[in-house]
Design a protein around this ligand. Structure first.
Ligand SMILES: Cc1cc2nc3c(=O)[nH]c(=O)nc-3n(C[C@H](O)[C@H](O)[C@H](O)COP(=O)(O)OP(=O)(O)OC[C@H]3O[C@@H](n4cnc5c(N)ncnc54)[C@H](O)[C@@H]3O)c2cc1C
Length: 529
């Protein structure tokens, strides 16, 4: 291998975690860092204008466009799973809601044997990453690289939604990430002056000229090169050329919850029987690779609106012009403007179990089914599902997408929470605050009232809210893939650092937690901790 293709650290995937690592590791001038990204640069204007999210989720060029296998408990539907394929990864196409989850999520990680991952251990890394432009207290950071802001603009119906929540007896909050998570309010968003602040913008852009940092886009890692139990480098398809790159120190996988386990499997790390059935020689048997898949299943109640005030009939050209000229107006909206967390009576602990996102527009099938007229949508997901899925290789060809068996609702408890949440969605929309706007319900429709009908609706319409995690879980049991420093068990010089290492899904959105994970492990790698 030429010297040109030799680095100290190779980071695979420039997503939420990968961009953080690239920034932090290359801060040491003695570290020569290569960042590989399968997608392109983040030039597309829809990335930077927050309202572009409506289009981004379906933009094939910036997206891996995954589908699950037929889901047995969702009437055999194959669910669409968008994942970012561009600098910034999914942080370049996500809804920008800034949420960390609940303290107990991390304390549970620690109780399960992951020393150093309790809430008090991870809080300093949330704080380190954050530059919160409104809140300054012991829970928030004001000097980090990730810009966290209030929305510059929100729809008038979002105020109506918050009044409706109050009428239902729910308290309002201005901070989901402080002392308490509970309550309803406007989301804070990862935005800087009204533009999306992906990790590519927050962490990569400021350091892209460092001499010791090399970034290759359109560079898909196909395999990790492992000799004598040590990761030596990677094989990459870089713009059609097949190259080998060597790592003096470590290979760091940050390909996300679907691609990192796939790469491990392609490199001979996984369940030996499965690997051998595809003709892949086992380098290290780790049965947990691709197992323990967890995600937030979400269902939307959609109501028709009598007034033309929603984003459905928005003048897109005018909104885009206002955004690009003044960084203001509806172009700065992330669509999911408000929401909240509450605890049902199904859970005995003081630990919210449902999350809501309110969108002042009709939302169906990830925005792919555009309906006529005006409407408003309330998302709801159960935060700590018991159902577990898995990923399986389709073939040893790296071009073939991994097979996703999400296995949603395989545990009956999950459906019980979804039904409870559905009742709350409808009650909120039935509040008098909405009287001036309410027209017939679009989904599920006013005729769906029986328990059986509601259950069928959930099975027919529930979708992912985009939080797959857990497929390379941290731990020390036989299903664990990485240890508490995120080193792959049994292989030297190889770590997985992304959403896949979460042993349990956090009670909230997953971007900030993934950034925290990368911040924390950067310190471990640099020897600061
Ligand atoms: C539509 C959508 C909306 C969401 N909304 C929110 C939200 O509002 N708030 C929130 O907190 N979270 C949200 N999330 C979730 C959050 O964005 C993700 O959990 C988080 O970005 C995951 O980070 P990651 O680093 O694990 O993976 P990613 O950010 O997906 O990064 C993985 C990167 O690796 C690259 N890659 C993969 N394989 C290879 C390979 N073989 N070679 C080279 N590169 C490779 C990918 O192209 C990608 O860029 C949303 C996600 C989506 C998709």
């Amino acid at each position: 291998m030429s010297k040109k293709n030799n680095f100290d650290y190779i980071i695979v995937g420039a997503g939420s975690a990968g961009c953080v690592l690239a920034n932090r590791l290359s801060a040491n001038p003695d570290c020569k860092v290569l960042l590989l990204e399968a997608g392109s640069k983040d030039w597309h204007p829809f990335i930077h204008m927050p309202a572009g999210i409506a289009k981004l989720v379906n933009l094939k060029s910036l997206n891996w466009n995954y589908y699950t296998e037929p889901e047995p408990h969702l009437n055999n539907r194959q669910l669409y799973w968008p994942r970012g394929k561009v600098l910034g990864g999914s942080s370049s196409i996500n809804a920008m809601c800034y949420c960390r989850g609940h303290k107990k999520d991390y304390d549970l990680w620690e109780q399960e044997g992951n020393k150093g991952w309790g809430f008090n251990d991870v809080l300093p890394y949330f704080i380190k990453s954050e530059n919160n432009h409104r809140i300054a207290n012991e829970y928030h950071g004001n000097a980090g690289l990730l810009q966290v802001n209030d929305l510059k603009y929100h729809n008038q119906l979002t105020e109506t939604f918050l009044s409706a929540c109050q009428q239902q007896g729910y308290g309002l909050t201005r901070d989901f990430n402080g002392e308490h998570q509970r309550g309803f309010g406007l989301y804070q968003v990862t935005q800087s002056n009204g533009s999306r602040n992906s990790t590519a913008q927050a962490y990569l852009k400021p350091v892209q000229n460092r001499n010791n940092l090399t970034v290759w886009t359109k560079a898909t890692c196909q395999k990790i090169i492992i000799n004598n139990g040590k990761a030596q480098g990677v094989e990459v398809n870089h713009k059609g050329d097949f190259v080998k790159v060597s790592a003096n120190n470590e290979v760091l996988l940050s390909g996300g919850a679907l691609n990192s386990p796939q790469l491990l499997m392609l490199s001979g790390i996984g369940n030996a029987c499965d690997l051998e059935s595809h003709g892949i020689k086992t380098t290290q048997e780790l049965k947990g690779v691709g197992e323990n898949l967890q995600d937030h299943l979400d269902v939307c109640v959609v109501q028709r609106c009598s007034k033309n005030i929603t984003y459905d009939r928005l003048n897109e050209l005018k909104a885009a012009l206002q955004f690009y000229l003044f960084k203001s107006g509806p172009g700065t909206s992330n669509a999911a403007e408000a929401g909240g967390f509450l605890k049902t009576d199904l859970n005995k602990e003081e630990w919210p179990d449902l999350q809501f996102h309110f969108v002042p527009a009709i939302l169906d099938d990830h925005g792919r089914n555009r309906l006529k007229g005006n409407g408003y949508t309330l998302h709801m997901c159960y935060l700590r599902p018991q159902s577990r899925g898995s990923l399986k290789l389709a073939s040893k060809d790296p071009q073939q997408p991994i097979k996703i068996f999400a296995n949603y609702l395989s545990e009956s408890q999950d459906l019980a929470y979804m039904k409870k949440g559905f009742e709350i969605q409808r009650n909120i929309f039935a509040s008098s605050a909405f009287d001036a706007f309410r027209e017939p319900e679009i989904f599920p429709g006013d005729d769906v009232q029986s328990e059986a009908g509601i259950e069928q609706f959930i099975r027919n319409k529930a979708e992912t809210i985009y939080h797959p995690v857990g497929t390379c879980k941290m731990g020390s049991d036989e299903m664990a893939v990485v240890d508490n420093e995120l080193k792959v068990h049994g292989i030297e010089g190889l770590r997985v650092i992304d959403a896949s290492i979460m042993p349990n899904l956090v009670s909230g959105n997953t971007n900030a937690p993934t950034i925290m994970i990368a911040e924390k492990i950067s310190d471990v790698i640099l020897g600061a901790k």
